[in-house]
Design a protein around this ligand. Sequence first.
Ligand SMILES: Cc1ncc(COP(=O)(O)O)c(C=O)c1O
Length: 373
Amino acid sequence: MLQSKGNLTQWEFLALNSELNIADGHARQALSPGQTKIVDELPLLFAEGERRPVEQIEQEAHEAYFTLLGQHSYPAEHGRVMSCYSSSVAMEILSRALAAEVETVALVHPTFDNIADLLRGNGLRLLPVAEDPLHGEDLPRELLASVGCVFVTTPNNPTGRVLGEDRLRRLAEQCAEHDIILALDTSFRGFDPRAHYDHYAVLDASGCRWAVIEDTGKLWPTLDLKAGLLVGSEHLGLPVEKIYSDILLGVSPLILALIRRFAEDAASGGLAELHEFIAGNRAVVRAALADLPGVDFPDPDSRTSVERVRFSGRTGTEVWEALQEHNVFALPCRQFHWADPAEGDRMLRIALARSREPLTESVRLLAAVLESR
Ligand SMILES: Cc1ncc(COP(=O)(O)O)c(C=O)c1O
């Protein structure tokens, strides 16, 4: 049994071989008919990757992905979007680059713990910023004067909270006023149209130094063939290119061609279908658990592919233990609260990017566990 202080990915490892894995946030639902056709064409994509210059395929993949999600002002010129093997690799590069210039980062709380771990692992000091103040009024001047970067996950994992356009504008203006970097992790943006306004237009207009990490890996069930995209403002002032080149040369053209094709399929109806599918899965989870005493859903507005369930009487770790006896693996929420794990004690996070049948069976068993007290 894992210690309750194990990180979230260690908990996710335990679930990987179970048919009832509702732990990690990677996409594991069955392929749609349109996506199946693309996978059937994999030998053609491989041949294309051998034949065409990788830069062309990469540009097409970027254009298809950013356009799909409304990010029309992304910097398309050479080198501004750095393709990485995953968003964690992009995060490691950004963290190492930040550590060269910055001592302290204000980071949204809660959020996925590997963001905090990679920043801290590179020697950065972290100050937690709770979601309510972050999404509310201006951030205090004293806070901004004491950090070199503000880091926000939007939509956030696990809460689904989205930084709206006006709020992003004001935050970026404040960062410009204090000459600090605004960094965003938008890995879950594909799921929520409220995150499809043109962030790059807002960031550029503010004049602040900014960095954004995008992620193709949460949306489509591509067996973890994915890319993280690290995008930086023109005068970012961090050694990201050098650190990128310390770590990798580039992402496989096969993966880039696959991303381009999945993005095209999403643009011609696949994305709307995916949104409907996730909303249907969320409804299944809520319907199965809603009537249980002491159980509620802390993120009623979330549209991302994860859903938190809160309960009274037992900790998330205790419910996890009872659940894994039925071979169901969810994710206890302590570690999302990287500065105060006790805040996440009475919650589990459920992954919704799963086929309907195993998800329904998993929440049926979760309901039985929560009822058996
Ligand atoms: C917000 C966020 N960013 C980054 C990551 C890391 O993604 P990956 O495991 O593909 O590197 C995750 C993982 O779930 C995440 O939730």
